[in-house]
Ligand binder design. Sequence first.
Ligand code: HEM
Length: 401
Amino acid sequence: MIIDAAFRADPYPTYAALREAGPIHWSEEFFGGAWLLTRHADVEAVLRDAVRFSAQRTGGWVMQNRAARGELMDFQQLFARAMLFLDAPDHTRIRSVLNAGFRNDVLQQFAPAIGQRVDALLDAVDADADAGFDFMQALARPLPAEVMAMLMDIPAADRGDFIAWSDDLATFIGAPIPSLEQARRARTSLLAMSGYFEQLVPQRRHASGDDLVSRLLRAEAAGDIQPGAELLAQCAMLLFAGHETTRNLLGNGLQALLADPVSWQRLQREPALLPGAVRELLRFDSPVQYTGRRVAADLVLHGRQLRRGDLVVALIASANRDPARHAEPDRLDVARRPGGLLSFGAGPHVCIGAGLTLMEAEIVFGRLLRRFPRLQRVDAQPRWSGNAVYRGLGALPVRQA
Ligand code: HEM
C-alpha cells in the first residue's frame, strides 16, 4: 500500500489491488510496521474478536519517538483511558454507562433542535450566488460540533475550540507515522479538552440532567467510573469522536450524490429511500477508512505468523468495497440495502454514536434535497483534505443551478 497523494485522493484502486493480491499484507508504512487486512470477512472477524485482538494500541503510537517520551507521557496516560482503546472489563463497564445516553428514545428528543440548527445554518447561505457556498464551512464542520454540545449540554459558542482541538487529534490519528510536531499538537489539544471538562465538572456535579456529562458524573458518584483521568478521557473522546466523523459523512455523502446526478434526482422523487441511501453513502466512501488492533497472543492468520503485540490495520473502506460481500461494490446505488456495513466497526467497540449520526445525516440530506433541489458542485475536482483515516473534504463549494 503506498500512501501518496494519489492514494489520498482516491484510495479505492489501491484497496482493490491489495484485496486481489491477498487477504493479508505486511506494510512498513505504519509505525513499527503493521499487518493490513483487506477483505470484509477478515475485517469483521478481527473487530468482533476481542480475545485475540486487543483494542489497547496507543502506547507504541504515542511513544514511538524515544526522545519525546517524557514530554508525551501525560498525553499517553489520558488518551489510553478512552473507551475506544480499552478491553473488557474496563471497556464493558464504561460502555454500559454511556449506552443509556445513546438510546433511540433519548436521541429522538434532540431531532427537532437539530432540524432547527440545520435550517438556521442553511438560511445563512447564498446558494444562488455564482460562487455558491462552501458546504463544509457552512454546515458540515459546525453542525456535528453543535450537536455534541447539545448532547453534552455544553455551550455551542465554544464550538470553535472543539473543532480546532479535534482537528489536531484527527491529524495525529490519521498519520500512519505521526511526526513529533503532530504528536505535540495532539497532546496540547487533548489536554485542553480535558482541562475544559475539568473546570465544568464542579458546576455539573449535582446536576440531574440526561446529558452525557451528567450521566458520567452520576456513574462516578456510584463508583462505576473512576474520577480524574478516566472520567475526563471519556468526555474528550465523545467530543472528538462525535464530529470529525460525521462531518466527513456529510461532506463525502453530498460529494458522491452530486457527482452522480441520477442518484440525487432519484432521492428527490423517492425520499423514502433516504435512510438506506445514508447507509449506502457510508459504505461507498467510509468516513473512517481503517482502525487498528494489537495481536493479544501469537497466532497464524492466512498462513502468516502474527506475534503478540503486532499491529493489525483493519481496512474498513476496503472491506466495504469487497465484491465478495457487495455486488458491484464500486457503484453507488441509493436503493441498495447494504448489509454487513463496517463503517461503524463491529463487535464490542461498534460505534456508540451510529444512531445519532444516521439521524443527523437524514435530517441534513432531507433538508438539502427539499430546499436546494438543483444543487450542483462548483468544481468537478473534489478537494480532499488528505487524512488517511478520516477521509474527507477540506472544502465543497456548491450552488443552485
Ligand atoms: C459518520 C459518523 C461516524 C463514523 C463513521 C464512526 C465510526 C466509528 C468506528 C469505525 C468505530 C469503531 C472503532 C474501532 O473499533 O476501532 C467507532 C467507535 C466509536 N464512536 Fe463512532 N463514528 C461516527 C460517529 C460517531 C458519533 C456521532 C459519536 C458520538 C459520540 C461517536 C462515538 C464513538 C465512540 C465513543 C466510539 C468508541 C466505542 C467503543 O469503544 O465502545 N461516533 N466509531
